[in-house]
Ligand binder design. Sequence first.
Ligand code: ADP
Ligand code: MG
Length: 548
Amino acid sequence: PKTDETLSFQAEVSRLLEIVAHSLYSQKEVFLRELISNASDACDRLRYAAITTPELLAGDADYRITLAVDREARTLTVADNGIGMGREDLVGNLGTIARSGTKAFLDTLSGDAKKDVGLIGQFGVGFYSAFMVSREVEVFSRRAGEEQGWRWVSDGKGSFTVSQADDVARGTRIVMHLSDGEDEFLEPLRLRQIVKTHSDHIAVPIVLVEAEGKQETLNRASALWTRPKAEITPEQYKEFYHHAAHAYDEPWLTAHWKAEGAIEYTSLLFVPTSPPFDLWEPDRKHRVKLYVRRVFVTEAADGLIPPYLRFLRGVIDSEDLPLNVSREMLQSNPTVTKIRQGVTKKVLAELNRKAKDDPAAYATFWTAFGAVMKEGLYEDREQRDALLPLMRFRTTKGDDLVSLEEYVGRMRPGQDEIWYITGDDAAALARSPQLEGFRARDIEVLLLTDPVDEFAVPSLGEFEGKPFKSATRGGADLSKVEAPAEAPKPEAGGEGLDSLIATLKLALTGQVKDVRVSQRLTDSAVCLVADEGDTDLHLERLLKQHRR
Ligand code: ADP
Ligand code: MG
C-alpha cells in the first residue's frame, strides 16, 4: 500500500489554523487542556469497546495520560493508551472537522482576527490548538486491535503527511515541536500548574514523566461527578463543563445531584450561557453523555433527554443499566425512560428556582433557550404544568419579559382572554394597527416572534381558565373591557358607513372574505384580520413562504 501521502486540510480546517496562527490567543496554555481532553475521551472509548471485545486491551487496562518533555529537542509529548487511530481516522479526524454546526459557525466569523478570537475561544479548536505553540506537530497512533501504527505530521500550513510507522504503542502520542518563545511549556512547574487549573477533573491519571524516570501524577484522577459537592470548586465544575460539552462559555446553571431509590444515577448537568452552535440542527439531538458505573457509553442517547431540553450538557451516570446495553436499545429501555423523567422534573424545578431567585439571570436564559423550551408545551403534556410558569413573553407593556402569572394578574377589568399577536419582529408588532383597539383599552398583548409560537401557543388552550386568543382574528370582542377615561373613544358608525362597506366589499370581491365595522381601530382607517377558525395571518404568511 502507498504509505507516504501528503494531503490538504479541508478548507474549514485551514481557516481555523489561520486564525490560530495569526491571532494572539490570550491563553495559549489551553492547548494542553484540549489534548488531555482528547486523550481522556480516547481512554473512555476503549474502555467501552473492551466490554464486548476484551482482546482490544492486549493485557493493558491501566489507562493513563503521560506528559514528557525533551529539553534538547524542545518537544513536549502528550501520550495516551486509549483507542488510538488508524490511517483513515487520522486523515478524517485530524484533517477535517466533522462536528455539526461547525460550518455554520465558521460562516459567522468576520475575518477580523480580534473579534474572531473571542468567538473561537467559545467554540474551541480542539486538536488544532497544538499549533498555537508548535512549529510542527507529529502524531504517532495505533488503533487498539490493529498491528500497524501511523505517523501524521504537519506544520499547520495547509497540508499534512501520513505514513506507516513501526513500534508505535497502542493509543496516541502527540509530539509538539515548540515554536520559538514557547519554552515555558518545557517547565514541569508550569505543566503542573496548567493541569491543576484546567484538567484536574479528568478521571484518568495524568502522569508527568521527568528525567531519570521520575513520575508524578498531577490530577486527582477520579470522576468529578462522584466526588462530594462540597469538595468541588466552581472552577472545577466549569473546566469539567468545557471538557464534557466542548463549549467554552460559563455554565449558566450547574446541577449536580444523586438520585436514589427505585433507580440510581448521578447527574452533573449544565445549562450553557450562550446557545450551542448545533442547537437548531434538524436532528434536535442533546449532547449529554451517558455513563454506566463510571464507564462512558455514548453521547446523545435517544430518549435520555427530551428534545426541548437539548441545550443541556454534562453527564448522567447510571448504576442500573447493563454495561453492554447497545446504543439502539437505549431509547426503549425502561430505566432510560425513568431517568429521563427524573432528570426532566429536576431540571424544570431548578429552572423554576432560578426564575424566582434571580429574574434578571432567568431572562438571559429565556432569551437564549426559550424558543427551544416552548417545544415542550406540545411535546410533553405531562410537564405542561411545570413548563407554563417558566414561560416568558415580550408584551405591549414595556421591555421586560412577562410570565403568564404576571399577565393574568394585571388583566383589565372585564378582560377574560389572554391576547397575543404573532409576527417576526416585536417592535413592529407592537406598532401594528391591529392593536389600536387594545391600546385604547390598555389591554396588554403578548408579542410572539418565535416560529414555534404558532404551534405552541394555540396548543395551550388556556391558562388559569383564561383562553389564549389571537388579536388578529375577526372575533376579537373588546367591548366588555372599559377604556380608560383619557383614551380616545372609537366612534360609532356615522352616516354613510353602510354604503362605504358595501362599496368596499364590491371592490374587493374575491380578495377578502368580508368587510366589517370594528372596535379595534382608533387611528387607522382599516386593518386586515383573519376570521375566527381560519389560519392566523402570520402563519398564513409563513406557510406561503414555504410553498414558494
Ligand atoms: P473534538 O474533541 O471536539 O471532537 P478535536 O479537534 O479535539 O475535536 O479532535 C478531533 C477528533 O480527533 C476527535 O473527535 C477524535 O476522534 C480524534 N482524536 C483526537 N485526539 C485523539 C486521541 N488522543 N486519541 C484518539 N482519537 C483522537
Ligand atoms: Mg477535543
